[in-house]
Design a protein around this ligand. Structure first.
Ligand code: NAD
Length: 493
């Protein structure tokens, strides 16, 4: 396996963008490690809480005029940004791959999808409408208005930073908010490059601010009195810390958290299609996607056949250099993540899981990177660790089921409720399953194709609350105001 070197000329020139100016953070420096080779691509000068103060001040200063800017003007700026993202799609694709090892065959999609989100939500910016409501009692004009919060703080994880950032920023901007975004310390490049494009697109200074940083920066944002709402994208344990801090100021928080999404394959499914989608959906973002279908539930009569199909397809998936167009699967984010995943696989074996393929770190010329081949663990009990918790690597657990009722019970039998995927050719069963599954996103005969900017995305149970995407996503960033105006004639008039 050979590796192309990351192009250092494409790396962003700063780690902080505040009030339209590029600079370096005033916190500690952290080397950025390229997961494919374990080599350092550069030093990230992380932001400090003082940088958050400056970013919030800039956003607060910009907020009144951004809110007052007519919707069509906000729309035009967002369309301009979308065009710049498309112009620079190759660079963004490269940065998305370098920052966390995601293969460019997948990150190309993220770049274009980001542009589409700014187009979709730009289209909403001039269509935010309230309502006149009927009144009780005397003559009055009673209406509902939707208004921006002011300043939104967005906390972004490392596994798909560009995707997550555009998912939050596009609706928040369209709604008339300014933003302070925390770019993840492990993978900050694409979000910082996006910040440069905001400047080029001509957004007023302070509307979009970025600070690359770690947990201290996130905590400073949640505690900051100048931030009106937090949109957090990350894990459940961190979300609980966020909520505890937010309780001090009663700050509203939207939570997009992890998942343990089931893929339910019935015997009547198009098996070849289901196996291909089952595998590609599980390993997208190198298996480090919140909504990946990593928990396969397969109807018993086809269980062995389906496992054999999965194993066969896995053998043809190209693993290797993320910067090679033909690579499908890259490395996981870090050495420690890889060791954690290997520990989960070891435990699954002890608990009766059977390794169909994979299970060992890749050696040879891949040994310096953090590579795990596709790992399929069959005969997994639904209450075991590997079936209950996020693995965050290219690891699928497989469990048989005997009836539709059992499939529903198993699928709903985790603390999460982000996605669920059903493969069947039986239409009424598909509807029954969609109704019975406790997940925010259900795909029938698919593996994520419906996750478009116009669809509401978000979780149930411990996968979070709030929605990003679609009209619901816009309303996450709007506050409701009711105005009642008495119309009675003054006495004596
Ligand atoms: P994480 O929870 O460890 O960190 C998320 C972000 O929170 C990071 O930027 C981190 O620096 C910050 N943070 C850490 N401590 C904080 C604190 N006390 N206060 C405020 N911020 C703090 O998650 P991760 O490992 O970066 O990302 C992976 C997780 O994110 C997985 O659980 C994945 O499923 C989830 N995720 C969810 C979605 C979604 O849309 N539902 C999308 C992507 C990732």
């Amino acid at each position: 396996m050979s590796y192309q070197a990351p192009d250092k000329n494409l790396l962003p020139r700063s780690s902080v963008i505040i009030n339209g100016a590029l600079s370096q953070g005033s916190g500690i420096s952290l080397p950025h490690i390229y997961p494919a080779t374990g080599q350092v691509t550069g030093d990230i000068h992380l932001g400090s809480p003082a940088d958050i103060d400056a970013a919030v001040a800039a956003a607060r200063k910009a907020a009144p005029s951004w809110r007052a800017l007519p919707g069509d003007k906000r729309r035009d700026l967002m369309f301009k940004l979308a065009a710049l993202i498309e112009r620079d799609a190759a660079t963004l694709t490269h940065l998305c791959a370098v920052e966390n090892g995601n293969a460019i065959s997948g990150t190309m999609y993220m770049s274009y999808d980001g542009a589409q989100k700014f187009r979709y939500f730009g289209g909403w910016a001039d269509k935010i409408q309230g309502a006149v409501i009927s009144t009780w009692g005397g003559p009055a004009h009673d209406y509902v208005a939707y208004e921006p919060y002011g300043v939104i703080g967005a906390i972004i994880p490392w596994n798909g930073p560009f995707f997550a950032t555009t998912m939050v920023v596009a609706p928040a901007l369209a709604a008339g908010n300014c933003l302070v975004v925390k770019a993840p310390e492990l993978a900050p490049y694409s979000v910082l490059r996006l910040g440069e494009l905001f400047i080029e697109a001509g957004f007023p200074p302070g509307v979009f601010n970025v600070v690359a940083g770690g947990p201290d920066i996130g905590a400073a944002m949640v505690a900051h009195p100048g931030i009106d709402k937090i949109q957090f994208v990350g894990s459940g344990p961190t979300a609980k810390k966020v909520l505890r801090t937010a309780a001090e100021t009663l700050k509203p928080c939207g939570l997009e958290l992890g998942g343990k999404s089931a893929v339910i394959v019935f015997a009547d499914a198009d098996l070849q299609f289901a196996a291909q989608r089952g595998l590609s959906g599980a390993i997208s973002a190198n298996g480090q996607g919140c909504v990946n279908g990593t928990r396969l539930l397969v109807e018993r009569p086809i269980y062995d056949q389906y496992l054999a199909m999965l194993g066969g397809i896995a053998g043809h998936i190209k693993i290797g250099d993320p910067l090679d167009q033909s690579t499908i699967l890259g490395p996981v984010i870090s050495e420690s993540a890889l060791n954690r995943i290997l520990g989960i696989i070891g435990q699954a074996k002890q608990e009766g899981g059977r390794i169909v393929t994979g299970g060992e770190r890749l050696g040879g010329d891949a040994a310096n990177g953090f590579y795990l081949p596709i790992t399929i663990v069959a005969d997994v009990a639904n209450d075991s660790n590997i079936a209950q918790h996020e693995v965050f690597g290219p690891v699928l657990s497989v469990t048989p089921f005997d009836s539709e009722e059992e499939a529903i019970e198993l699928a709903n039998g985790t603390a999460y409720g982000l996605g669920a995927y059903v493969h069947t050719q039986n239409l009424s069963r598909a509807h029954r399953m969609a109704s019975a599954l406790d997940s925010g996103m259900i795909h029938v005969n698919g593996s994520g194709e419906g996750m478009t900017p116009c669809a509401p995305f978000g979780g149930m149970k411990q996968s979070g609350y709030g929605r990003l995407g679609g009209e619901a996503g816009l309303h996450e960033f709007l506050r409701i105001k009711n105005v009642w105006m008495g119309l009675a004639k003054p006495q004596g008039a």
